[in-house]
Write a protein that binds this ligand. Structure first.
Ligand code: AMP
Length: 225
């Protein structure tokens, strides 16, 4: 067991962030904090935040920095994430969110930001066949479905196609990723926190590359941001 890490995973939609974050959270024994899963939970519970977020999410648009970072701040200030760290998935998506995240984490710092690098042509194919559990967010695909009748192997929830995995919403999300999220790669590079990891190949191969990158980094700690 290798406890504790503060990690951000960036990558286009369909790059395999969800799958890798779950695996890394088991390996490092830290919570997987996915803003997409948290927001889908808010929508499902029909909270005021969920009601504001639903239409934007269905169209592939981003939720405001303020709303998202308030939700993330509350989660990252809980006892488990303070003590053990986190694997943050889906956030930050803008430079403003990255700045806010550094403030939330202070006086600690992130260990590493992984950019999971997968060609756009490959993510388009993955997104079209992606299926997810409505309850726990576990990922499946049409070529690798759950064992029984689109019922989640992990929790028994219903496995469906995400409402924002339509062709139009996928196109919009990839466009937003290029415009708003990919500048984060330069930003984190500038802060000497970024490691690009090849996200192609089997999930096991990608996990091995991620663990190697994280462990290499943890032997030479940084102080900013
Ligand atoms: P994901 O599961 O990460 O693809 O997120 C699904 C949707 O949730 C996105 O398309 C956005 O509408 C919203 N969302 C998730 N994380 C963020 C974030 N950090 N900032 C703004 N919107 C977000």
């Amino acid at each position: 067991m290798v406890p504790g890490v503060r990690l951000v995973v960036l990558g286009k939609q369909g790059a395999g962030k969800g799958t890798q974050c779950v695996r890394l959270s088991h390996h490092y024994v830290v919570p997987h904090v996915s803003t997409g899963d948290m927001l889908r939970g808010e929508v499902k519970s029909r909270t005021p935040l969920g009601q504001r977020a639903k239409a934007l999410m269905d169209q592939g648009e981003l939720i405001s920095d303020e709303l998202v970072m308030e939700m993330v701040g509350l989660r990252l200030r809980e006892k488990d994430t303070r003590a053990r760290g986190f694997i943050l998935d889906g956030c930050p998506r803008t430079i403003a969110q990255a700045e806010e995240l550094a403030d939330i984490v202070a006086p600690d710092h992130l260990d590493l930001v992984i950019d999971l690098d997968v060609p756009t042509a490959m993510v388009l194919g993955r997104l079209a066949s992606r299926r997810v559990c409505m309850d726990c967010g576990a990922n499946y695909s049409t070529s690798s479905p759950p064992l029984t009748n689109w019922t989640c192997d992990v929790c028994g929830g219903e496995v469906v196609q995400r409402e924002d995995d339509t062709e139009e919403a996928i196109r919009r999300r990839l466009e937003l990723y290029e415009r708003q999220t990919s500048p984060l790669i330069d930003w984190y590079q500038h802060h000497d926190l970024l490691m690009s990891v090849d996200g192609t190949g089997t999930p096991d191969a990608v996990t091995t590359r991620c663990v190697q990158a994280i462990d290499d980094r943890r032997t030479k700690p940084v102080t900013s941001p």
